[in-house]
Design a protein around this ligand. Structure first.
Ligand code: KIV
Ligand code: ZN
Length: 505
């Protein structure tokens, strides 16, 4: 919004390169380890997605990392293949041995890193950095230099080190916000300032410790950064890195930047990486979460059904997602009607009102009604006996350890109220026995078949009970019910079948 006015104060580049680090920083997500074979499969998908560079790992750290880098290089992908290396000879040689196209070399530059981690002087760090870039360029490889913890490094020193590595032939300098301490305004300021000194493209690598990784990366782009580091699903050390899917979609739709990413593959790769890493996405995750294009509230559903843009900033197809209308306590009649129409289910107003009431009741109990639930509820309502000769007035069951399951059922049979209490092998059996004893005075009707199914998973799933009942004269009928309580579903299904037989008689 207001982009043309706001853009006047920005130095937006023509395009933004995507440096994907899912296989390196993403693999540093606590608890995540990706095998060589899995790295290859993810790299192929990243290449298809269209990222410019894939950081495939840290070759010096293990033989497996070297193998992964070598195997991925052999695939001949369109994306450049990058290996991470400290500014140390051994690390650089390990990456060079893998034949990578690109080396991302780094060293800590902040006072904390210099004093406590490296125990090195500013001069020695500068010297190592220049030598590392020199060495990479001597081997004809693309060089990216990262001043680790750049955002907590003295600005004068940061400028100096970046200027020196630029002089040594670096192709990119990268600004890591290693512990995610930046805010968008500071990132914008820092990149603007660096742009006055550095001519080669500037890249940023933002961590999400305060949930600002994407916002900070976008601010860097506003100030002219030409490349962003990102990971699928925002994986990475601690709270993770900038999420690739969020960054890309914001750059394209909010900033109008042209990129080579096939956005329609975003959901597919997000699900793939989630399955491989075991890191599940929260349903409300932007762009790729299960709810990113789901609508429940009546007003929203009504709007979306008229014109999707009313409540969607982009189409779900753009990112390979699908729109979902969720039925719950906020759902309006229009949404339920549209779902039933979608499944070709026709019903009269009375039947529809029964479904509507049931959806609302379930919603009030905190349950969402799935498509399978709705279809089963509709089948129940459509198949109901046309007249209720026997009506349920109330029932209770008692069961437990050392207690004979007992059910007390109160029925209205053709205007007369009767109650019976019976035992059974379980509460369902006891309830059916009580119903049969009450109805036996009117007609001898027996249970012939009984099936129960939980429609969707979970202990609060809707139970669908299906019964077949018959009498001595050969009349038989099916009964069905779909409610959350198993005993209630059984009682309703049995009464449904009994009513059908009584109507026949
Ligand atoms: O977060 C960081 O600083 C890194 C470096 C290796 C660039 O991941
Ligand atoms: Zn990092």
């Amino acid at each position: 919004m207001y982009i043309e006015e706001v853009k006047k104060g920005m130095e937006l580049p023509e395009t933004v390169r995507i440096f994907d680090t899912t296989l390196r920083d993403g693999e540093q997500t606590p608890g995540v380890a990706i095998t060589v074979d899995e790295k290859i499969r993810i790299a192929k998908r990243l290449d298809r997605l269209g990222v410019d560079t894939i950081e495939v790992g840290f070759p010096a750290s293990s033989p497996g990392e070297m193998k992964a880098a070598r195997e991925i290089i052999k695939l001949g992908l369109k994306s450049q293949v990058c290996g991470l290396a400290r500014t140390l000879q051994g690390d650089l040689d390990a990456a060079i041995d893998c034949d990578v196209d690109y080396i991302h070399t780094f060293i800590g530059t902040s006072p904390l890193h210099r004093e406590y981690k490296l125990k090195m002087s500013k001069e020695d760090i500068l010297d190592l950095s220049v030598k590392a870039v020199d060495y990479i360029k001597d081997h004809g490889i693309t060089a990216e230099f990262s001043a680790e913890d750049a955002t907590r490094t003295e600005f004068e020193y940061l400028k100096e080190i970046y200027k020196e590595v630029e002089g040594a032939g670096a192709d990119y300098i990268n600004v890591p916000d290693t512990v995610g301490v930046m805010i968008p305004a500071s990132m914008r300021y820092l990149i603007f300032e660096l742009k006055n000194y550095i001519k080669i493209p500037i890249s940023v690598h933002c961590h999400d410790d305060f949930g600002l990784a994407v916002a900070n990366s976008l601010s860097a782009v506003e100030a002219g950064a030409e490349q962003v580091h990102a990971t699928i699903n925002g994986l990475g050390e601690r709270a993770g890195n900038a999420s690739l899917e969020e960054l890309v979609m914001a750059l394209i739709t909010s900033y109008g930047i042209n990129m080579n990413i096939k956005t329609e593959l975003l959901v597919d790769i997000s699900e793939f990486v989630s399955r491989i890493t075991g890191v599940k996405m929260p349903p409300n995750k932007a762009i790729v979460g299960e709810n990113a294009f789901a609508h429940e509230a009546g007003i929203h559903v009504h709007g979306v059904l008229q014109k999707a843009e009313t409540y969607e900033p982009i189409t779900p197809e753009m990112v390979g997602h699908t729109r979902k209308i969720v039925l719950g306590k906020h759902t309006g009649a229009k949404a339920i009607k549209s779902k039933l129409d979608e499944y070709g289910i026709e019903m009269n107003d009375t039947q529809f009102n029964q479904i509507f009431d049931q959806v609302k009741k379930l919603g009030d109990k905190g349950k969402c009604v799935t498509d399978a639930d709705l279809k089963a509820m509709a089948e129940t309502v459509l198949g109901r006996a046309e007249r209720e000769i026997v009506k349920l007035e109330g029932f209770s069951v008692m069961t437990g350890d050392n207690v004979m399951p007992t059910a007390t059922v109160k029925l209205n049979i053709d205007g007369k109220i009767n109650t019976a209490a019976k035992t059974g092998v379980g509460p369902v059996d006891a309830a059916i026995n009580a119903i049969q004893s009450l109805v036996s005075e009117t007609a001898d009707i027996e249970l012939k078949e009984y099936h129960i199914e939980a429609i969707t998973g979970g202990t609060n799933a809707l139970a669908e009970v299906f019964v077949v009942m018959g009498d001595k004269d050969g009349n038989s009928a099916t009964g069905r019910s779909t409610v959350e309580d198993v005993v209630m579903a059984s009682v309703e299904a049995v009464l449904d079948a009994i009513n059908k037989i009584l109507v026949m008689r």
